[in-house]
Design a protein around this ligand. Structure first.
Ligand SMILES: Cc1cc2nc3c(=O)[nH]c(=O)nc-3n(C[C@H](O)[C@H](O)[C@H](O)COP(=O)(O)OP(=O)(O)OC[C@H]3O[C@@H](n4cnc5c(N)ncnc54)[C@H](O)[C@@H]3O)c2cc1C
Ligand code: FES
Length: 271
């Protein structure tokens, strides 16, 4: 089965002024996506803009594959005008997806804004006790709350302006939780997706508290399939044991978000 395929648009439903739920039906057999993987979607059926845009796999339904997207710039505003019945090109599923939690670890899913699109299928796939921390700027920007309540054992909601849930940043809410629920008998593993400053702040907390986890990173992408090097991030890696160089045991390397990511171990990214 090829990762390049065409699909018919089933619906492109506005959820609020900025976010749409996009449902497509592939016109040929396709590879099953894993939580954390993504697709490159043609925002309009023409050569302008030329480049496809990356969107996380959100959900599979009997109708097809769904995506949640925020209208940001030219590509996504053109995409918001796509109509039922139109045919578009996609590439996917791409990237590595979230690793499964080890036995005995409680997953803490931390989403900022549209990052919930990537984490929601993980919440759906996990059969064990799961806590979800979800933050947005305001109440209007919180999406799929009813579905999330069904999927999770406990849902922590926060907004920057306090219009719903606790007032504050999702990383602070997570930090409070970890401070009050610390126990030598409980091990947590974090899975996070959201804006870069949120992931950076979260990584600091995870490293301080020695909690393992994974972040799904967003970068501008051109090809989405590892060919253009347009999406690299800096990561730290241990030097080979027998390196003769008399430098610290740590070196910087670059990895492609579309190929080696978008999910990376929390301690690997150099912010
Ligand atoms: C692996 C991955 C998964 C993603 N999943 C989703 C998703 O499920 N839903 C969703 O709404 N968005 C998702 N994004 C972000 C989405 O791809 C961008 O918002 C989109 O490409 C913007 O296109 P545009 O033409 O509207 O904006 P442009 O006109 O290209 O840019 C508008 C603004 O958005 C920023 N931007 C552009 N591309 C990206 C990007 N790839 N990541 C972050 N900021 C960007 C630009 O720097 C600029 O500030 C994902 C990105 C990646 C890398
Ligand atoms: S977008 Fe081309 S290498 Fe990642």
């Amino acid at each position: 089965m090829s990762r390049y395929f065409k699909a018919k648009i089933i619906s492109n439903l506005p959820l609020n002024s900025k976010n749409n739920l996009f449902t497509i039906k592939p016109l040929e057999p396709v590879i099953d996506p894993e939580p954390g993987q993504f697709y490159m979607i043609e925002p309009v059926n023409s050569y302008d803009p030329l480049l496809k845009r990356p969107f996380s796999f959100f959900r599979r339904t009997p109708e097809g594959i769904q995506f949640l997207y925020t209208i940001k710039g030219r590509g996504t505003s053109l995409m918001s005008k796509l109509e039922k019945g139109q045919v578009i090109s996609l590439i996917g599923p791409l990237g590595n997806g979230y690793p499964k939690p080890e036995d005995g670890y409680i997953p803490l899913l931390v989403a900022g804004g549209i990052g919930i699109a990537s984490l929601s299928p993980l919440a759906e796939a996990l059969t064990k006790k799961t806590y979800v921390f979800y933050g947005a700027r305001s109440k209007d920007e919180l999406l799929i709350l009813d579905e999330l309540k069904e999927l999770t054992d406990k849902l922590f909601i926060c907004t920057d302006d306090g219009s719903m849930g606790e007032k504050g940043m999702v990383v602070d809410i997570l930090n409070d939780f970890l401070t009050f629920h610390f126990s030598l008998l409980t091990s947590y593993v974090i899975y996070a997706c959201g804006p870069q400053p949120m992931l950076e702040a979260l990584s600091k907390i995870a490293l301080e508290k020695k909690i393992k986890g994974y972040v799904s990173v967003e970068e501008n992408m051109a090809c989405g399939v590892g060919a253009c090097q347009g999406c690299v991030v800096k990561v730290g890696s241990q030097k080979k044991k027998h390196s003769k160089l008399r430098t610290p045991n740590f070196e910087l390397v670059f990895k492609r978000v579309c190929k080696e990511g978008p999910v990376f171990p929390i301690e690997e990214i150099v912010w």
